[in-house]
Ligand binder design. Structure first.
Ligand SMILES: Nc1ncnc2c1ncn2[C@@H]1O[C@H](COP(=O)(O)OP(=O)(O)OP(=O)(O)O)[C@@H](O)[C@H]1O
Length: 265
């Protein structure tokens, strides 16, 4: 088992990084001294301030924090959707923060999977075509054995020819998880993946995400407001004013709820 994100942070090995720290080959995602500033002058907003973070391969990290603390900005920078103002982001050994938009798109398609609260399936495509779309956009042929494994694992083997509107919310989210897994990405970023689901469906989706980490060694980074969701992760970082304020190792939902309550008071 790789070292957890919290161990590295609590020892300060990356927090004090200079931005020239070499990429760690065992990390699925690594941020070194990442700062993101929106705007300039008097209206500048420091959304991330010198954030360093290492997510080991096969790690499951939750990102929490009150509204405006920088969670989405962290996810966008870590996933190569946006570039930091300064600092380095490495995904699977590639320094995405140094790439242009076109190059980052290529890296994202091949090395990153995404799961969103609203599933983001294409309504006019079958479930099968939705699942294979990112691969086809990347100009790659799906590996039939892996696709069969993924589709069976998410419980959608009999649903591939249906349209998204013919599935329940939980089934649509499981299709989105299969889509995220199809390219065997270095990391899956999940943004409030259970935000639109009822409790029992959400629990099934969280069980599935946890199993993907345990069974396939999949790395997952999940932004969530929900202490129950975060309790499925290995570690939870709590953001405050663009910084990592706390790292909690395997906290239960009650502990997380109490910790977060402190930030809202
Ligand atoms: N495009 C932008 N332009 C200017 N400021 C922005 C932009 N995006 C985010 N911010 C600001 O950066 C800070 C961090 O925002 P971010 O969306 O990352 O927070 P968050 O923790 O994800 O919030 P929420 O839980 O409400 O989604 C906030 O002060 C926000 O207003």
């Amino acid at each position: 088992m790789s070292a957890s994100v919290s161990q590295l942070i609590s020892h300060g090995r990356l927090r004090r990084g200079t931005g020239t720290t070499p990429a760690d080959p065992d990390a699925a995602v690594q941020l070194v001294d990442v700062t993101k500033t929106y705007g300039a002058g008097d209206s500048a907003v420091a959304a991330l301030q010198s954030v360093s973070l290492r997510v080991p391969r096969g790690g499951f990290l939750a990102v929490m924090g009150r509204s405006g603390s920088g969670k989405s900005t962290l996810l966008h920078c870590a996933a190569g959707l946006d570039v930091p103002t300064s600092g380095t982001v490495t995904i699977g050994g590639t320094a995405v923060s140094r790439l242009n938009e076109t190059q980052r798109t290529v890296v994202r398609r091949q090395h990153v999977g995404f799961i969103f609260q609203s599933y983001n399936l294409i309504p006019s495509l079958s479930i099968q075509d939705n699942i294979t779309l990112p691969l086809r956009l990347a100009g790659e042929l799906p590996d039939p054995d892996w696709l069969r494994t993924v589709v069976e694992r998410v419980g959608l083997a009999g649903y591939l020819h249906r349209m998204p509107s013919e599935l329940s919310g939980g089934q649509q989210q499981r299709a989105a998880i299969a889509r995220a897994l199809a390219s065997r990405p270095d990391v899956i970023f999940a943004d409030e993946p259970t935000g639109a689901l009822d409790l029992s469906t959400a629990t099934a989706v969280l069980d599935l995400l946890r199993d993907l980490v345990t069974e396939f060694g999949q790395t997952v980074v999940m932004v969530t407001h929900d202490p129950l969701a975060a309790s499925y992760a290995d570690d939870t970082v709590v953001m405050l004013d663009g910084r990592i304020d706390q790292v909690l190792q395997r906290p239960d939902a009650a502990t997380l709820a109490a910790v977060l309550g402190g930030y809202h008071r």
